[in-house]
Design a protein around this ligand. Sequence first.
Ligand SMILES: Cc1cc2nc3c(=O)[nH]c(=O)nc-3n(C[C@H](O)[C@H](O)[C@H](O)COP(=O)(O)OP(=O)(O)OC[C@H]3O[C@@H](n4cnc5c(N)ncnc54)[C@H](O)[C@@H]3O)c2cc1C
Length: 144
Amino acid sequence: MDKIGKNVVVIGGASTAAEAACYLAENGKNVTEICRQGRIAYDLNPIRSIGYMNSLAVKLGVKVKKNAQTLKIEPGRVTFRNAHGVERVLECDDVVVTGGFAPNAAAAIAFAQAAPEFYMIGDCRQPGTMRHAIRDAYAVAMQI
Ligand SMILES: Cc1cc2nc3c(=O)[nH]c(=O)nc-3n(C[C@H](O)[C@H](O)[C@H](O)COP(=O)(O)OP(=O)(O)OC[C@H]3O[C@@H](n4cnc5c(N)ncnc54)[C@H](O)[C@@H]3O)c2cc1C
């Protein structure tokens, strides 16, 4: 945390970005989060998203730029388009980008010949949640 500057911009609006923003704010950083949706933690159910994460962000002083789009990241500044379509610049010391997930299928496929039967489950097949990974595992286990 000591290596991170005082002013931090978090890019992304899903729960991982919201959690990172709140964590940084809890640790004394001035945090601005740029989110393409109308609320942060949009991937959570409304009770946890609105009732918890969005309220927590407000309580901790996280400034959220909703319905906004990041345009450019340069040393010390992030340019974004706000909800009214106007370009704005945020000065900052550090940027945290949580722009989504992609599976690293190739790393898993490298093991395909290691055993007579090979199955891909969880995030290496399709990034999701623990529930998805467990459901995948159950489905495969029932076939074996
Ligand atoms: C920041 C973050 C927050 C999250 N929060 C939540 C949450 O609150 N609730 C929720 O349900 N889900 C959450 N998720 C998603 C959840 O963590 C994943 O969907 C779940 O862990 C996927 O399980 P998995 O077993 O497929 O993969 P992983 O849990 O990633 O396990 C894969 C394992 O394989 C190991 N590995 C990789 N390559 C090799 C190799 N070559 N040799 C040996 N081992 C290797 C890795 O080290 C790792 O331990 C979150 C994800 C992130 C990134």
